[in-house]
Write a protein that binds this ligand. Structure first.
Ligand SMILES: *Cc1c(COP(=O)(O)O)cnc(C)c1O
Length: 367
């Protein structure tokens, strides 16, 4: 019994912590295996890029100093690349912090927060943490049902989360539908468009939303360096919004919320177009490799626009997850997303994917 439970905020008392993918070191300790394949957290399989490594090396002698709390250089680089004003950008300790800042800035216990069933696990956690009421809207074919989400918006709604593509389903919304939804919202509702997997989406069908905050000042776009840019371990992401909203987020954030190594690495990563291109290429090939294998195995999967794919294993997925662990392969069970028969698999290198496929064939056969 936690003796401080009663002292915690009402929302916190009910809170169930986020469960991350199992770390490689932990499984290594448990099993004594030398090679572990982790395809559980949608991380970049290419490893740290050379330009990022050099930028971090160059920054090491400065670590006794505080970082630039304004993030001037990174904001300038983002501004140039994305065509938005630096004042529209909020930097965060991962884009998770951007989501959290929106909640802490705007949401209190009398408010409601709208998100979809099967949407990213952080949305309910952040809602609960501030003691607000969650309105989870049933999904349609695993994707967001925007019409139903719009219908769930009322005078108490303060934030709506849209993940596009969504994690763990990989589902993508059509550009027109997203814009129509955003345009339809009353101005007292802030819309967070979570684009953590933006870079992986086929440019032909991608939602280009960066100019929208000028038209819809209640829109916040969240992006991250954790996935396509390969900086998950450093924790750096950003929000793009109207200058007014950015001003408020800036008041709430910790003054040095983005650390010095992350700022330097993110700037270098932005400039490393080859790394990004290789990341996308490896992802496209790997997606093909995995889905071809699923097809051969007679398994259904949810078509994904991200760097992961959720496959229906036709039975409770937990025993298969455990059996894969025994073979040194870490994937992600998604029962906590109300998808008990699915496993979410991040796209790895060709070799990692092959090891996973082989292990999956074996565990499905029970060997
Ligand atoms: C990974 C992810 C994020 C953010 O990750 P950070 O590492 O905090 O930037 C945000 N939204 C979704 C849907 C994600 O999958």
């Amino acid at each position: 019994m936690n003796r401080f439970l009663e002292l915690a905020l009402a929302g916190v008392q009910q809170l169930v912590p986020y469960v991350p993918g199992k770390p490689v070191d932990e499984l290594q300790r448990e099993l004594g295996l030398t090679e572990i394949v982790k395809l559980a957290s949608n991380e970049n399989p290419l490893g740290t890029g050379a330009k990022v490594a050099a930028a971090i090396q160059a920054t090491l002698p400065e670590l006794t100093r505080y970082p630039d709390g304004s993030g001037f250089a990174l904001k300038a680089a983002l501004s140039g690349k994305l065509g938005v004003a630096p004042e529209q950008i909020t930097l965060g300790n991962g884009s998770s912090e951007i989501l959290e800042l929106v909640m802490r800035t705007f949401v209190s216990p009398e408010h409601e927060v709208v998100f979809s069933q099967h949407a990213f696990a952080l949305y309910p956690i952040l809602t609960q943490a501030v003691g607000a009421r969650a309105r989870k809207v049933p999904a349609k074919n695993f994707g967001h049902d925007l019409a139903a989400m719009r219908a769930a918006v009322n005078e108490n709604t303060r934030v709506v989360f849209i993940a596009n593509p969504n994690n763990p389903t990989g589902t993508l919304l059509a550009r027109e539908d997203v814009e129509q939804f955003v345009a339809s919202l009353p101005t007292h509702v802030l819309c967070v468009l979570d684009e953590a997997y933006y870079e992986f989406v086929d440019p032909a069908v991608r939602t280009e939303s960066l100019q929208w905050p000028e038209r819809y000042p209640n829109l916040i776009i969240a992006r991250t360096f954790s996935k396509a840019y390969g900086l998950a371990g450093l924790r750096i992401g950003y929000g793009i919004s109207s200058i007014e909203v950015a001003d408020l987020l800036n008041r709430v954030r910790q003054p040095f919320n983005s650390n010095m190594l992350a700022l330097a690495a993110a700037e270098a990563a932005l400039g490393d177009v080859d790394y990004l291109a290789q990341t996308i290429a490896v992802n496209n090939v790997g997606m093909q490799q995995l889905t071809t294998a699923f097809k051969e195995l007679g398994l259904e999967w949810i078509p994904s626009s991200g760097n992961f794919v959720s496959v229906d294993v036709g039975q409770n997925a937990l025993p298969l997850y455990e059996a894969l662990l025994q073979k040194g392969v870490i994937v992600r069970p998604v029962a906590n997303y109300e998808m008990p028969n699915h496993l979410r698999v991040s796209i790895g290198t060709e070799r990692e994917n092959q090891i996973f496929i082989q292990a999956l064939i074996e565990v499905l056969r029970g060997v």
